[in-house]
Write a protein that binds this ligand. Structure first.
Ligand code: SF4
Length: 461
């Protein structure tokens, strides 16, 4: 087990007054060793603290007294979220995107985690196949929710087959335990055509209604398939299959509304784009509980672009860290890029985005009063397959697309393409052949960037 290591200290905070400094390892707080930042947050919330600190170069750890009020933030950020071992996934799903990554990418991208703590902290989905009695006890005692659970199928045999793990047949019993204990849980079904669509999908939604009706929501997303998949059974949806999934979702939304008074199940934006159907209204999404899972993003984006006061994704904020400071975001939900104050800029604009984003943006840009705004759809040559989201664009693909933009244009890129300033292939903005401005991936920010009224994001020189 490692100890939380201080990566920053807030000026004039209790930690700063007590002399804690970057690099200090906080071995225990009031005699207890934190297993993760959930423990750390709880322990550091106490009033006056005794912190056992190991400092680089010091021969022995020493006890530091920190004067603070109960509930007052300690004033440090620490280096990671989990100080004991992250539970890794013991499944081997044929649709797993990690198996579809080429070799040689950043190591962190290959980490298959299946740890309820990362579900709570970051909104990662867990299958519960590595879940234990002790985990359940902690979740119920500490009220660790919302959590995010991969369902995929409620039929035990089919679920075990999808996860390629016999434990998949029984691990949803833990979902029942959490729901019975009043924990807020959101589910997801990744639909693989020919495997868990059609009757199997109907059966899954019937299983949700029958056994897991206390779920807060269920997101239905299509499998993502890259050119590196070696799974013969996996293939993208056809247009007709996408439409069939939407029909099933519609039908079950009606049933859920009739029985529970809410829709419960929501289809990913990709399904509407694939099937060529209009994106539902904001009201349909009932507070956008699965916005970060690609469900309702197109609607929230369009509404924010056209009507700045529109109802947005104000429902569930995925993950504890979206609400709590002192978040070690690196590796999971790291900041994209800072923004800087904008000046007026009269140059024509080109907006770059992935294939799906382009379909959402095209009508919005056509309706924008500026006549000099162009859209540049960036093909995802790196992953190929059916990968069309901006978040999976690489620097190499963006660089290639920039070669086709007007030389005098301001080029805008959504921040979803970057993680701490890096593309998935490790390139940075400085590696691109020309400057681009990075815009937060929401409609209001793009609108402001086009109007030049507020902020302009940091840009590669
Ligand atoms: S549970 Fe998730 S991480 Fe594990 S194999 Fe399946 S898709 Fe991959």
């Amino acid at each position: 087990m490692s100890a939380p290591t201080v990566t920053s200290v807030t000026a004039a905070s209790p930690a700063a007054r007590a002399g804690l400094t970057v690099g200090d390892e906080l071995l225990s707080l009031n005699g207890q060793e934190p297993r993760d930042v959930i423990d750390f947050q709880r322990l550091s919330d106490a009033g006056d603290l005794s912190v056992l600190v190991r400092r680089v170069g010091a021969p022995l750890p020493r006890l530091v007294r920190v004067d603070k009020a109960a509930g007052e933030p300690l004033g440090v950020e620490v280096s990671s979220a989990v100080f004991d071992r992250i539970k890794t996934c013991d499944n081997h799903c044929a649709f797993c995107f990690i198996y579809q990554l080429p070799k040689g990418m950043r190591r962190s991208l290959y980490l298959k985690d299946d740890d309820y703590r990362l579900s709570f902290l970051y909104g990662n989905f867990t299958t519960l196949t590595r879940f234990t009695e002790l985990d359940a006890e902690r979740i119920l005692t500490e009220r660790l929710g919302p959590l995010f659970v991969s369902i995929h199928a409620t039929d035990p045999e089919l679920r075990a087959r999808l996860l390629r793990n016999p434990k998949g047949a029984t691990s949803l019993r833990w979902l029942q335990v959490m729901l019975d204990g009043g924990i807020e849980v959101h589910g997801q079904v990744v639909v693989c055509p020919g495997v868990n669509d059609g009757d199997a999908f109907e059966d899954t939604l019937a299983g949700v209604m029958d056994r897991y009706a206390a779920l807060a929501s269920v997101g239905v997303v299509p499998l993502g398939l890259s050119r590196y998949s070696n799974e013969p059974e996996m293939r993208p949806h056809t247009t007709a299959e996408a439409a069939a999934v939407l029909d099933t979702v519609d039908e079950w939304q009606r049933l859920f509304r009739r029985t529970l008074g809410r829709r419960m199940v929501f289809a990913a934006d990709e399904y509407y784009l694939l099937a060529g159907r209009p994106i539902p209204t904001a009201r349909h999404y009932e507070g956008f509980p699965q916005h970060e899972n690609g469900i309702g993003i197109a609607r929230a984006f369009s509404d924010a672009f056209t009507r700045p006061t529109a109802e947005g994704p104000g429902g569930v904020r995925h993950g504890f860290f979206s609400a709590v400071d002192a978040a070690p975001a690196e590796g999971y939900r790291a900041p994209r890029l800072p923004t800087v104050a904008a000046g007026s800029d009269e140059r024509p604009v080109t907006v770059l985005t992935g294939a799906y984003g382009a379909r959402v943006l095209a009508p919005l840009l056509e309706g924008h009063p500026r006549p000099d705004v162009a859209l540049c759809e960036v093909p995802n040559d790196f992953f190929g397959g059916n990968i069309g989201v901006a978040g999976l664009l690489t620097g190499a693909d963006v660089a290639r697309a920039l070669g086709h933009t007007a030389p005098d244009a301001r080029c805008l890129l959504p921040d979803a393409c970057l993680n701490e300033g890096r593309f998935l292939d490790g390139l940075t903005l400085a590696d691109l052949p020309r400057p681009v401005e990075v815009v937060p991936a929401d409609g209001a920010s793009l609108r402001r960037a086009l109007d030049g009224t507020s902020f302009r994001p940091a840009c590669a020189a």
